[in-house]
Design a binder for this molecule. Structure first.
Ligand code: FAD
Length: 318
């Protein structure tokens, strides 16, 4: 029987960042990923300046740039008749998830093509896919079978087109959808929209696009240490989902490495991680939820945008 200190379920951004960090700290960890990379994924493809910073910490930022990621230095946001230009204090990057996820998993202990169907526990030991470990981390994303959640009537759609947006993140708000386009590698643009269920058919008709959903922002208390979207989705408008995945992956790695070395119980590690998660992310998620509510009132949102958009974004990305 194979044994590890830590098994991570899911080897996309959160899972791969977590096992990379655990390995760096000398902990025996493995991520089990059901898909094989590269694979497409519904995502806006915009790495906020803080997400780029996380990749600097992981030592991967230069590789991502070399893979063709495009520097993004401003956003152009349109709501009804309002158009606002927002200059970023630090640049972000545009990159496809097929390129990005493959790059982050490459060289990390991510076993691909390994779906996890069930986790059993006896005392301090977890049993996962015929292996044993003392810590399980859920990095299986927003639709994970391992978390309970409240879904909303919103879906994500994404498509890739030839031609670029230059260094600008273009954003549009409509009554039943919002989303944006960003330049990605090989002279292409990645477009991604969040669409209300009733309008879905209108947006996908005749398009070669990927669809995901229904989306769920709120996660209900779960059994495992959860990182990335498995810990609760950050509103895509914030451009912070990937940063949340990377940061929480690295945070869980630090807490778990500390716990494994001291022989702490799983409950202690989970408690410590959740306290730190709340300290770092509860405020940002509140801003995200506020913006989401504002989005259902385009006039009020247009007014707020005219007030101090750069301050709001840079506050979120600090
Ligand atoms: C429409 C939309 C647009 C977005 N745009 C942006 C954006 O522009 N910028 C940004 O920063 N964020 C954006 N996000 C958010 C971002 O995509 C997520 O926050 C990010 O992908 C979370 O990463 P993750 O690793 O937690 O989860 P995921 O990327 O969802 O990875 C979970 C992984 O777990 C695997 N898995 C699932 N179940 C199992 C299982 N049972 N066994 C093994 N493996 C399993 C899956 O195959 C998957 O690879 C957007 C989200 C949506 C919905």
């Amino acid at each position: 029987m194979r044994m590890h200190d830590v098994i991570v379920i899911g080897g996309s951004l959160a899972g791969a960042a977590c096992v990379r960090e655990l390995e760096r700290m000398g902990i025996d960890a493995i991520a089990l990923e059901r898909e094989r990379f590269p694979r497409p994924k519904v995502c806006g493809g915009f790495l906020s300046p803080s997400a780029v910073n996380c990749f600097e910490q992981l030592g991967l930022a230069d590789e991502i740039r070399k893979a063709g990621a495009v520097q993004v230095s401003s956003a152009r946001v349109r709501v009804a008749s309002v158009e606002v230009e927002i200059l970023f204090e630090r640049p972000g990057l545009g990159v496809s998830r097929s390129t990005l996820d493959a790059l982050v998993a490459c060289g990390a202990r991510v076993e691909q093509g390994c779906p996890v169907h069930e986790v059993k526990r006896s005392g301090r030991v977890f049993h996962v896919n015929g292996m044993e470990c003392s810590v399980v981390i859920d990095a299986a994303g927003k639709l994970s079978r391992f978390t309970k959640r409240r879904s909303v009537d919103e879906f994500g759609i994404q498509y890739v087109e030839t031609g670029t947006q230059g260094p600008v993140l273009n954003f549009w708000f409509f009554d039943d959808a919002y989303g944006g386009s960003v330049s990605i590698e090989r002279g292409r643009s990645n477009s991604c929209f969040l669409v209300k269920k009733d309008g879905l058919r209108r947006y996908i008709d005749g398009r070669d696009c990927l669809v995901t959903g229904p989306l769920a922002y709120d996660r209900l208390p779960g059994d495992f240490i959860a990182i990335g979207d498995a810990a609760g989705m950050v509103d895509p408008f914030c451009g912070e989902g990937m940063r949340h995945a990377l940061e929480t992956g690295m945070l869980a790695a630090r807490v778990v490495a500390w716990g494994v070395r001291r022989g702490a119980s799983y409950a202690e590690m989970k408690g410590e991680y959740e306290t730190e998660w709340t300290r770092r992310w509860a405020g940002r998620r509140m801003i995200g939820a506020m913006i989401r509510r504002l989005l259902s009132h385009p006039l009020a949102f247009g007014f707020a945008l005219r007030m101090s958009p750069a301050r709001l974004l840079n506050r979120m990305w600090d």
